[in-house]
Design a protein around this ligand. Structure first.
Ligand SMILES: [Zn+2]
Length: 287
């Protein structure tokens, strides 16, 4: 929180300095534009090949081949999900929440892309459908599907409230990945990264700039759908906060499952599509 009473006197030109208009840090006009018409046509031909139900306060891992779609659906009741994504063949390439936020803004929707970590930095998924795209930004500055939160975790919980809580999204994702990799949780944990908060409604308070959450507008049947640009490994946690209307990192909120479905389009539909190349920077860093 910013101090309520500054200790330094504003300079005479304070108003002028504040009045300077902002400039977008990363204009994305130069980025390759996703061919949404191609994706829509491909989606029309797609058939379901797999589904995974993620139980409440738990996480599951799933695979999505490049060129397939995956859909996350709220079922049974309003539920927020914490999503991690990796290159199926190289876990070092993973979703880069911070750069995705810098490029597309605080909350994601249709045609926004999921960018991967350095040195890869390429789109690894594209959002193709979002039944909550009507929400926009509310009067509090809140919106859905954020890349501003991190993931609820037992370390922060311990700092703020003490105690040992084991079903934060961070731990759920860790257990699920450890199970998939057949390794100890300590080996899986470093692969867990900041998430896309699917269906979560969040923002920053206007007066103090603090991260806030409020009851998600998601209802049963709402979904967020992606096109996999590369072979993906995903992990989805059903947040113990449920709809995140009051608290997380506890067992008090009502929690529901989330459904993950994978869809394969007809091969002919993607004959003109190719996977995004690795980032073009030569990695010499001036040496
Ligand atoms: Zn969570």
């Amino acid at each position: 929180m910013k101090p309520k009473a500054p200790t330094h006197t504003p300079p005479p030109d304070a108003a002028d300095r504040r009045a300077v208009a902002p400039v977008i840090c990363y204009p994305i006009d130069g980025l390759p534009v996703p061919d949404m018409a191609l994706y829509q046509a491909a989606r029309g031909s797609a058939e379901k090949t797999a589904e995974i139900m993620v139980p409440p306060r738990d996480a599951k891992v799933f695979q999505v081949p490049a060129g397939h779609f995956f859909r996350i659906t709220s079922v049974e009741g309003p539920q927020v999900g914490d999503l991690n994504l990796w290159n199926l063949h190289d876990l070092d390439e993973r979703f880069y929440s911070g750069k995705t936020r810098a490029l597309h803004g605080t909350h994601l929707s249709v045609s926004d892309r999921i960018w991967s970590s350095h040195p890869f930095l390429r789109p690894i998924a594209t959002i193709t459908d979002d039944t909550l795209d009507w929400y926009g930004f509310d009067e509090f500055g809140g919106s859905v599907h954020d890349v501003i939160g991190t993931r609820c975790d037992p370390y922060t919980h311990n700092l703020l409230a003490g105690g040992q809580y084991h079903h934060c999204c961070h731990s759920n994702l860790t257990r699920a990945l450890a199970d998939y990799l057949d390794c100890p949780t300590g080996d899986a944990e470093p692969h867990i990264h900041d998430v896309l908060n699917v269906f979560m409604c969040t923002g920053f308070t206007r007066d103090t700039g603090q991260y806030f959450m409020k009851a998600s507008p998601v209802r049963s049947g709402d979904y967020l759908e992606f096109f996999a640009e590369i072979d993906l490994l995903g992990a989805l946690s059903t947040c113990p906060g449920g709809d995140c209307s009051s608290e997380h990192s506890s067992d008090t909120a009502a929690c529901y499952p989330l459904l993950v479905e994978v869809f394969a389009p007809a091969k002919r539909m993607l004959k003109d599509w190719s996977q995004p190349p690795m980032n073009g920077y030569d990695r010499s860093h001036g040496v």
